[in-house]
Design a protein around this ligand. Structure first.
Ligand code: CA
Length: 232
């Protein structure tokens, strides 16, 4: 597999270099565009697997660049902003951004999200643009059939509520990656959900109980204190 290439559009040099260093340390190639004009040019030229896009940029702002990208491409775009008030705009404007992070953010969290978005994007492409996933996932002693929304431990079928299944499937599809409560909430519940992050813990606990009930040896969802959860 060839190296995946990320475009970083960011005018704060220190942040841009931090992002680049973390991505490179994780096996990605990264290109920095230090202003909106250059960012627009590079994004439009293509050849990237994902774009990390700052909102406030000299020249052309991140919103405009995101809108332009979406006219021609479904590449994953993660917006980055220092202003909480931008979040409503990112969510509400129909920009088509896949994700966002608020500065200051944790670089490992950024890398985890980049990996997850690229994996998701590649899977969608492999499925011909549909979200139907035909294959079974075998992980942590479980067999998950996404299409039928069924989970088995050996021969025992485990009955999960909708969100419990969605949580399990998301973690199972991204094994080894640590997701914070916030990210899981966004990915599984959705940006428009009326609940809050605390519900993630409740659902994870219930999900674990159900898995354990089916097979006491199952312990596939790992808690990393202060960081989040991951599928072993
Ligand atoms: Ca900026």
């Amino acid at each position: 597999m060839s190296e995946q290439k990320i475009l970083i559009v960011e005018d704060e040099q220190m942040i841009a270099e931090l992002e680049r260093d973390y991505l490179e340390a994780n096996g990605f190639a990264a290109d920095i565009a230090p202003d909106g004009t250059e960012g627009m040019k590079k994004a439009m030229a293509g050849g990237y697997d994902m774009i990390i896009l700052d909102v406030m940029l000299p020249g052309i702002d991140g919103f405009e660049i995101c809108r332009a990208i979406r006219m021609s491409s479904d590449i994953p775009v993660m917006m980055v902003t220092a202003r909480k008030e931008d979040v409503d705009k990112i969510r509400g404007l129909g920009l088509g951004a896949d994700d966002y992070m608020i500065k200051p953010f944790s670089p490992p969290e950024m890398v985890a999200r980049v990996k997850a978005h690229i994996a998701m994007h590649e899977r969608l492409r492999a499925d011909g643009g549909t979200e139907v996933k035909k294959n079974e996932i075998k992980i942590g002693g479980l067999r998950i059939i996404p299409q039928e929304r069924r989970v088995f431990a050996g021969e025992t079928e485990i009955n999960l509520a909708k969100l419990e299944f969605d949580l399990l499937l998301f973690l199972a599809e991204n094994p080894g990656i640590v997701f914070s409560k916030e990210t899981l909430f966004e990915k599984v519940w959705g940006l428009e959900a009326m609940s809050d992050n605390a519900t993630v813990t409740v659902h994870i606990n219930r999900l674990r109980e159900k898995l354990k009930e089916a097979d006491p040896s199952i312990d596939c969802i790992e808690t990393l204190w202060g960081a989040g959860y991951r599928m072993r």
